[in-house]
Design a protein around this ligand. Structure first.
Ligand SMILES: [Zn+2]
Length: 173
């Protein structure tokens, strides 16, 4: 590969004090670290229902997911989660708290999902989404969930909901 700074040739090298090979530029010495990417999103709910987005793109086309996406430079986790919800479903949210994290080492991704109250009525399918819908816990389409990570958060939500966790019921904002 070529250096992203100067276009010079790079060489795989173990740098002093490190134990993983890195691509280092032979011209300018820039070291190309490759680190996991952060995905931010929300588990939006109103009263006893959670909002899911049907994906209009691959992977997971036609399956249901939580509004989420890659965090951008210059934003906080919270800003990223709010932005993605707005972009994909025209949602206005009040983020309650970080609901959980989920690591996918195989593809180098880490998810941060906030549990959030839906503030607006006019949410609708937008970017990358063909449909948005509110589901009660008994209606969640388990056979058509896009990713194991989404299934993980929805299972936690269902468990917490059935256990009557307080934060799930502060719905009136
Ligand atoms: Zn270089």
């Amino acid at each position: 590969m070529y250096c992203i700074k100067c276009g010079g040739k790079t060489k795989s090298d173990i740098i002093n004090g490190d134990n993983i090979p890195r691509n280092r530029c032979e011209a300018c010495n820039y070291i190309h670290y490759i680190n996991p990417k952060i995905i931010v999103g929300a588990l939006p709910f109103r009263y006893d229902k959670v909002l899911l987005c049907k994906r209009d793109i691959n992977p997971g086309f036609g399956k249901w997911t939580l509004p989420s996406g890659f965090m951008e430079m210059g934003e906080s986790l919270e800003q990223g989660a709010e932005r993605e919800a707005k972009e994909e479903a025209n949602l206005k949210l009040k983020l309650n708290k970080l609901y959980g994290t989920y690591s996918i080492p195989r593809i180098g991704q880490v998810l941060f999902i906030f549990i959030a109250n839906i503030l607006n009525e006019d949410f609708r399918a937008a970017d990358e989404t063909s449909e948005v819908k509110l589901f009660s816990v008994s209606e969640i389409p388990w056979e058509k969930i896009a990713f194991p990570s989404v299934e993980f958060f929805l299972k936690n939500y269902t468990r917490d909901f059935l256990n009557g966790k307080n934060f799930l019921f502060h719905s009136n904002f």
